[in-house]
Design a protein around this ligand. Sequence first.
Ligand code: 4AD
Ligand code: MG
Length: 482
Amino acid sequence: MDNMNRIEVKEALRLEISNNLVTLKGWVKTKRGSKNVSFIALNDGSTLNNIQIVAEHNISEDTLKLINTGASISVTGKLVQSKGSGQSVEVLAESIDVLGIADPDEYPLQPKKHSLEFLREKAHLRFRTNTFGAVFRIRHAMTYAIHNFFNQKGFSNIHTPIITGSDCEGAGEMFAVSTLDKVNTPLTEQGDVDYSKDFFGKETNLTVSGQLEAEMAALALGKVYTFGPTFRAENSNTSRHLAEFWMIEPEVAFADLNENMSLAQDMLQYLCSYALDNCKDDIAFLDKRLQEEEKHKKKEERQEMGLIEKLKFVVENDFERISYTEAYDILRNSKPNKKKKFQYLIEEWGADFQSEHERYLVEKKFKKPVIITDYPKDIKAFYMRMNDDGKTVRAMDVLFPGIGEIIGGSQREERLDVLKERMKEMDIPEDELWWYIDSRNFGTVPHSGYGLGFERLVLFVTGMGNIRDVIPFPRTPNNADF
Ligand code: 4AD
Ligand code: MG
């Protein structure tokens, strides 16, 4: 069989009926029918929608027996008017080749609803379900839209290293990269691991962020962004954390925090509106799916808005901008704090907010995305620009409904002396970051940037509830299968 007349399901569903023969290839979703005629729902991933294949007597009994859910087939036939509802055309099969069988007693994805937990254990096959097909088509659309957004604005995409000798966030939650013998590890005279014998002649790790290198590029190219994998060995088994996730990090020379906030809002609004315009079928499907899920929840846990509504809401409303201190005051005087309903009560100024606090601000108080700025310096990274009060830094966190923190960023400390002072205070080794410090020595300028957690964005745009379900093969504590 040649591929000459092969068309994809998405295209076939848009065509008019015709006497020309077409060939479609894909995987069988369901087969039903009677002695005289079989109806096969075929999907090839080009769209959420299936095309119906009608197989009559001319298709042999033996072939039909092999056509079970999960099998791959190639069908040639004519596009005819569909008699069934919900579709305009169907294929009247003239011939069917079975490309790969799927034993119905063993194929785990039967045409019924499977739990997401079950499907996580079948991550190699879950792409075949409607839900994951929709999620990963949207994930792709978001990737494309991100590059599009920055390209239109004149940014250059920079590939920053994945193996690094420095700890950007200073949180020390890194995965070691080493080729040293684990049994007879070379040691120094003091008994420490002798990294001078390691592959790079020094200690190296998987990066937690491309920011520091992106800053170097921004200080020449002006506007840059990274889009790459990042790794964190934090042992947090939540529905918002992965050990391997993708991050988008724009960095802009001559921009202050206000411009940084505007860029973040523009980007998130562009992405939500891109999804609404370009992923209609998939979003509508996930919207319905979410409504079903919500029905099974307790009333007080239900989300007020559907998926489409939520996306439109982000597109149409300015994000609220408040300082940490303002947020702290609101939270301290809030009902759940006074009634001791928060698990972590807001008492002293300076403590980090927990997700219950972030959710209160976004979902109860402001009912829209919130950007919190000017956090206490002790809970933020060394590179954030110090404010005149000497207590807070020019940080920003963007908080989203149902997600919490989707973006973290800041204006950067561009003043050499202040930067060195902060590094000393926070025990950041100067010799590791000599090149970062050096950039403040030569033509330093105010600049700002942020990091968008890509999977948290995809969570929001798909309305899924667990971050493990928006990345093809999730890496979390005790889980690196596939
Ligand atoms: O707030 P974070 O740690 O900021 C940085 O890494 C900065 N260097 C970014 C910058 O200014 N260029 O991480 C940024 C975002 C978070 O807001 C969150 O969306 C996501 O990355 N993130 C995670 N996503 C999934 N799993 C994890 N373990 C994540 N940790 C952070
Ligand atoms: Mg953060």
